[in-house]
Design a binder for this molecule. Structure first.
Ligand SMILES: *[C@@H]1O[C@H](CO)[C@@H](O)[C@H](O)[C@H]1NC(C)=O
Length: 652
């Protein structure tokens, strides 16, 4: 505790020095180089003793913390960043160094910014003196200053300039690394984006790494929004950066939409909303996306907010079971609400003591919220932070990053919770069920095609040549039901023949993903009618005038005498039935076909094998289902009834 009183005195020493040399920006910047800090830190031996003791007590492993704990310190924070706070971090990031339209960088020159930079370098020096590690990076970009990335990184000249500028700032001011906070490539949002941003970002980071070498830190702060994540080539970005910090917060906030402002948790750990709410608006989805796309959880750092969002005038929730999820009205002065630091919530709002706030816990999102009449607040507390840390441990993530340390309570209760939980718990065995399509879409959506929207399965119109599946993350639409439409609930997810892609994402790529032969069956459900598709001469002809068959890749691969596709003896093994079934695992080639040229209708051990197996004859082909002793498929007694012949119909 005493450290709090001692350190500001230490800091004051430099502040005087800094203000003595503020004749111009460059000089004042050089005054905060760590070398200058040495004397002042050394002058207080009690500090050092306490520092050592604190560090040991806080960690029993201290800097050996298994995960990165990255804290942003904002240039506008009026609260000093203390050495005690730095003890709870492995890395700190100063936000922000300013970028101009050409890509030139400059340190902010206002006194508050200088003070915070001073704090950071004091903390690093204190660590160094103890033989401990604490790295300080600077951030560029952010919500207010990302507008120049896209144009600057579009040209070789601009990219080189920015790379050189970063190297210059790193060297001149002795930072340990840079954090690139481009909000956001491709989708823009804070500024205009374009498709080339995605590749340009990788090229830029590749060049930056080449320039800085392996020992400087390069990190990226990345979007968590379901649309904005498309702007990142995660796997290639990870080749050049030390970590990606996922900004997994601001899923709900007091901003505009046509229906009003949607009220919900700022940083729900997991999907928490009623049906109809996106399953992608939560920490779990965002972090999983980066881990699955990058295949390296040790470089994925999960964002943790030290602040909350609030709304002034909310309507009652339409879902009694989801009281936090509601809509807020816009006030006459144009605002819906705002955000508040945890410190403000405790000191100015007196959240803990004030009886006007009814405090609740949302167990689905693992976050606290508070309500006072129509006023609603979503925030974080020690409990929610602990849950988030457990998650980071469970999935063995690279660590967590905090936006921002200066918003913590005066006694650092959130940061202490992060540090204790993040460093004391070992790695968990949590593994994500990654979507094997890795962002590729193979389902029909309404905006693309109103007629085919929602159709799935083997009888549906092909989507880009694929049998359409269902979006595993679309709420209530992630199962392919018996009727050939994507849906939710028992009838689509739990029935025999239904496919639940949310529970079994591996089925998204289960073979056959494309038709194994020409499409000679009805698609769409007017004639195909999923459970009873039409086939044979009695059925309506295909658009090209030919007689429809049944899809051999489907469960209904036999045509009954009455002209309907189905399975079982009444469709496959009766007088007048035609079977298009395939033996063995669907899609596996077991015999040669006319496509195979001279090998067509060849069989037996004397001809080349197919995937290591002796080729057989098509047991469903009335003219070619037997293999002769000479190795030819046919249906005559020489093929079927001789010594050494094999009749494959008997084996199906
Ligand atoms: C709008 O009104 C709210 C509630 O009265 C108030 O707290 C807030 O500061 C106002 N905002 C502005 C921009 O005036």
């Amino acid at each position: 505790m005493q450290l709090h009183f001692l350190l500001p005195t230490v800091a004051l020493v430099f502040l005087c020095r800094v203000s003595n040399t503020t004749a111009n920006g460059e000089k004042s910047e050089s005054a905060i180089r760590p070398g200058i800090h040495q004397r002042s830190i050394r002058s207080t031996d009690t500090d050092l003793a306490q520092l050592r003791a604190l560090k040991e007590r806080a960690s029993s492993g201290g800097n050996k913390c298994a995960r990165r704990i990255v804290g942003y310190v904002t240039q506008w924070s009026l609260h000093p960043f203390t050495v005690k706070q730095s003890l709870g971090l492995t890395n700190a990031i100063f936000a922000f160094v300013h970028m101009d339209p050409s890509g030139r960088l400059s340190l902010p020159s206002d006194q508050t910014s200088k003070d915070r930079l001073n704090d950071l370098f004091v903390a690093r020096k204190a660590h160094l003196d103890q033989g401990l590690n604490f790295q300080v990076s600077f951030a560029i970009g952010g919500g207010e200053n990302s507008q120049h990335f896209s144009p600057v990184l579009s040209s070789d000249g601009g990219r080189n300039l920015l790379v050189n500028e970063i190297a210059r700032i790193l060297t001149q001011h002795r930072f340990d690394g840079v954090d690139v906070d481009w909000e956001f490539p491709v989708v823009g949002i804070a500024s205009k984006g374009k498709p080339e941003d995605r590749a340009n970002y990788v090229t830029f980071l590749r060049d930056l790494r080449a320039k800085l070498g392996p020992n400087r830190l390069i990190s990226v702060a990345a979007a968590s929004d379901q649309y904005a994540v498309a702007g990142y080539d995660v796997r290639n970005l990870l080749r050049h950066v030390d970590w990606i910090g996922v900004m997994s917060y601001d899923f709900f906030g007091a901003w505009n939409s046509e229906q009003g402002s949607f009220v919900g948790p700022n940083a729900p750990l997991r999907h928490a909303g009623p049906s109809g709410y996106s399953r992608k608006q939560n920490v779990d989805w965002a972090v999983k996306h980066y881990v699955c796309s990058g295949q390296d959880p040790s470089k994925i750092v999960m964002g943790v907010p030290f602040y909350g969002h609030f709304w002034y005038r909310t309507s009652p929730s339409k879902n009694a079971d989801y009281p936090l999820f509601r809509v807020a009205e816009r006030l006459n002065n144009g605002s819906y609400g705002g955000s508040a630091s945890y410190r403000e919530l405790l000191t100015e709002w007196r959240l803990q003591e004030n009886p006007a706030f009814e405090k609740r816990w949302d167990s689905r999102s693992s976050t606290p919220w508070a309500i006072n009449g129509k006023f609603v607040l979503s925030y974080e507390d020690e409990r929610s932070i602990r849950e988030k840390m457990k998650y980071a441990n469970e999935y063995n993530l690279g660590g967590v990053m905090i936006w921002s340390v200066d918003q913590d309570s005066a006694d650092s209760s959130l940061l202490d919770t992060v540090f204790e939980t993040g460093c004391s718990v070992g790695a968990g065995g949590g593994r994500y069920k990654c979507n094997p399509l890795d962002g590729e879409k193979r389902w029909w959506t309404w905006d693309e095609d109103k007629k085919n929207a929602g159709m799935c399965g083997k009888m549906a119109p092909l989507y880009k040549g694929f049998y359409p599946v269902c979006d595993p993350e679309a709420p209530g639409l992630s199962c392919c039901g018996l009727h050939g439409y994507c849906g939710g609930g028992e009838e689509s997810c739990a029935c025999e023949g239904c496919v639940d892609y949310a529970a079994h994402p591996e089925k998204l790529v289960e073979e056959p993903v494309k038709p194994t032969g020409p499409v000679r069956w009805h698609v769409g459900y007017e004639i195909a009618a999923v459970d009873q598709p039409r086939c044979g001469p009695k059925a309506p002809k295909l658009p090209d005038g030919t007689v429809p068959i049944c899809n051999p890749d489907s469960r209904s691969s036999c045509c009954s005498a009455a002209g309907f596709c189905g399975s079982g003896d009444a469709y496959c093994r009766c007088d007048g039935c035609v079977s298009y079934e395939k033996p063995g695992p669907i899609g596996e080639k077991l015999w040669y076909t006319w496509d195979d040229g001279v090998l067509a209708a060849r069989c037996g051990p004397s001809v080349p094998r197919i995937n290591g197996r002796v080729p057989i004859c098509n047991p469903y082909d009335p003219g070619y289902h037997c293999c002769s002793s000479a190795g030819y498929c046919g249906a005559s007694p020489e093929h079927c009834a001789c010594e050494g012949c094999v009749d494959y119909t008997k084996r199906r």
